[in-house]
Design a binder for this molecule. Sequence first.
Ligand code: FE
Length: 343
Amino acid sequence: MSRSTSRRLFLAACAAATVLSLPASAEQLVNVYTTREPALAAPLFEAFTKATGITVNSVFVKDGLAERVKAEGAASPADVLMTVDVGNLLDVVDAGVTQPVDSAVLSAAIPANLRDPAGNWFALSLRARLIYAAKDQPKLTSFQYEELADPKWKGKICIRSGQHPYNIGLTAAYLVHYGDAKTEAWLRGLKANLARKATGGDREGARDVLGGICDIAVGNSYYVGLMRSGQGGPDQKKWGDGIEVLLPTFVGGGTHVNVSGAAVAKNSPNKANAVKLLEFAVSPEMQAVYAKQNMEYPVLASATVDPIIAALGPLKVDPISLVDIAKARKKASELMDKVGFDN
Ligand code: FE
């Protein structure tokens, strides 16, 4: 056999092997790119494989999810893109690397304000922006975001950087409710009420409330769960147990939430499996499992909430659209700079 003949035979054998192996893997696989810690979705993926026989390949993409999928182009193996914060979900949509999904299951499970009207992304869990309050003060029974600017809180509020996505999200929601001028006035009022520089994380807000530096702090719901469950260690357990937690609302509205969510990739080679995975993720059982991993709220209203989070009280989600909130983020960031929030 000549060298070129043997090479031809070798290549033919390779091609045959490729062809033979393709149908099985194409039907039994779903590739997930996620910016979330791999452990958060692991129980969901394991249950999915058990229920369907479809293997989940998850790839942890810490930064630059949209850029990576875009660079991979038509050859991208990504089927599902998972990330947190509506801003990041819109970034992948804006990068043109998602495709619309029309699913009656997803539409029924996810409220309309928590998914893309065009079907390009879907929320899978919620995190609410809450008030952590000191216990050694007259007990607060309710709280409204508007009150954060009330001079009665002068020198008494702790909050992280105004440019952090969590505060940009809350301020963007304020913009949707009230417009530019009232939001700027609110930010100036809140800034004037700060007990310390806007810095640190949400958990440090709980720490500083307990330490007497501030009477109230603004922080996300899941941190209460992470602190109180002891997942953050003994110090954080003390911070979590040492605060009262209130679910604030907008006047005439509800509690501001952000989301973790998912999209189906534009060039998904296993689209049917991708949709199947998302639909599986919004089943009542999986909603409870997925939300609990990071002490979040399920997006499916009827799903079981972790007892530590349920004990905070009923969540009434603000009805405004997350798409509108996401669109107002740029303005929110500009207003933060304008009022010198972090100075
Ligand atoms: Fe966080």
